[in-house]
Design a protein around this ligand. Sequence first.
Ligand code: HPA
Length: 270
Amino acid sequence: MSVDAAAARIREETELEPLVGLVLGSGLGALADGLDDRVEIDYRDIPGWPVSTAAGHAGTLVVGTMEGVPVACMRGRAHLYEGVGAERVAFGVRVLGRLGIRTLVVTNAAGGISPEYRPGLLVLISDHVNLQGTSPLLGPNDDSLGPRFPDMSDAYDPELRARARDAAARLSIELGEGVYGAWLGPQFETPAEIRFMRAVGCDLAGMSTVQEVIAARHLGIRVLGVSVVTNMAAGVLPEKIDHEAVLEVGARAAGSLTRLLRELVPTLAA
Ligand code: HPA
């Protein structure tokens, strides 16, 4: 299914040309409700768009403006653990790229590996370790999209991170910073796996984001990532991990993430 056909379908619904794309993770979709001039398109109505089956993922694309800046929000995303390939997981980001976004904001729920974190904390992603064993760039390279071997240093743009820290400080929102480790899932990690992830430099454990970020960097789109720590990762605390609790903490922290993004996103278009 072609990226062009999907982009053309979206253009039938709105004349806005989004500059910023947002991927809103589990329970983090509320930001899209506050957009002006908004149109909401069901993923099922966009040719080729993977339909997410994860709980808490609505599965719509919302295009609108935030303080006059045209944005496109993916409410819900596809995950590798749903059984789709990396290229499908990255499809939405490539469509947003075709619509013209220059900046992508990725959000997710993650387990905290760093002992400095606690559930509810927002953490700016400084880098990632892709432990998912795949890439959306597998196969022949489309040179019109980007290079065969894209550089991944500064994948999470240092200047955008500085703006995020400033915005958080203005709002008195505590913001950690750390490395996101991407796990295939859908099972949570074992304590031994979390010790491995800590040893290789991961501060956060999650099951999304990196395929989207690779596709965005391939297209030359700047990326900002924020995780919500919904639980401490396996073995960090004596408790077990419960998906319901993950969603609940995510919903509680969504308020501060939404405030942060409202402050920050209008500054990202420039
Ligand atoms: N591990 C992986 N993904 C997650 C977690 C976790 O502990 N919490 C939320 N998403």
